[in-house]
Design a protein around this ligand. Structure first.
Ligand code: AMP
Length: 221
């Protein structure tokens, strides 16, 4: 069986991180751990964490490091992650979280932190053309000059642009991402753990580049 792996994936919204994390998770047979997904699940379930997280997420802010380190620490201590490894998506978001992660993993450190790089103009274009069905959540890419609403092919619901996918809102999220992530990129680069992978092109080619970089990093260890 293929060896497991321990990865952190960084990348702008719209860089294709979600798609590639699922593929990498299947390839290396390790859990894809997305802190955004975990928090959204807590909000849906109405737990105490969900109540706190919901308020902060609505304002676009970050949850406190102690809470996030607790959640991720618990998840990483489960047998699948302990035995095979993990792909962390959305964590760490701050240098404090990265330091705590390093402390948690002292016996079996990260193989690699990957910056999935897609130029800002391109992700802006991708996200600005994204349309979502209000009823079933299916994603569509709008073509130029398309009318603002259309009907979903799958369920007949209204296909609209999300409120937070307008160019102004997306630009704001991308600014925040750049400010938050630059220190993390520097942190992993200084440790010799960073690989910048070109995320432009067909998803199969992007996956090939990722696997090549990950396998090379593991062979070096
Ligand atoms: P994401 O789906 O990764 O964009 O996360 C959605 C939201 O969840 C973020 O905007 C934050 O409010 C919160 N969140 C997710 N991961 C973290 C983290 N590592 N640290 C703090 N807040 C987080």
């Amino acid at each position: 069986m293929i060896q497991g792996v321990r990865l952190v994936i960084l990348g702008r919204q719209g860089a294709g991180k979600g798609t590639q994390c699922v593929r990498l998770s299947n390839h290396y047979v390790v859990p894809h751990i997305s802190t955004g997904d975990m928090l959204r699940a807590a909000v849906r379930e109405g737990t105490e964490l969900g109540r706190v997280a919901g308020e902060i997420m609505n304002t676009g802010g970050l949850l406190p490091d102690e809470i996030m380190v607790g959640i991720v620490g618990e998840r990483l201590s489960r047998p699948d992650a302990e035995r095979r490894g993990f792909i962390l998506d959305g964590f760490p978001r701050t240098v404090g979280q990265a330091e705590s992660l390093g402390a948690m993993l002292s016996d079996s450190p990260l193989d690699l932190a990957i910056d999935l790089d897609v130029p800002r103009e391109l992700v802006l274009e991708r996200i600005s053309s994204r349309r979502v069905c209000r009823d079933c959540g299916s994603n569509y890419a709008a073509s130029r000059n398309e009318p603002p609403t259309r009907i979903c092919d799958r369920c007949g619901g209204d296909v609209v642009q999300r409120d937070d996918d307008t160019p102004e809102a997306v630009n704001k999220r991308l600014d925040l991402y750049d400010t938050q992530t630059t220190p993390l990129i520097n942190f992993y680069n200084a440790k010799g753990l960073l690989a910048v992978i070109n995320g432009v092109g067909h998803p199969d080619h992007v996956l090939d580049r990722l696997v090549a970089a990950i396998d090379e990093a593991r062979d070096r260890r």
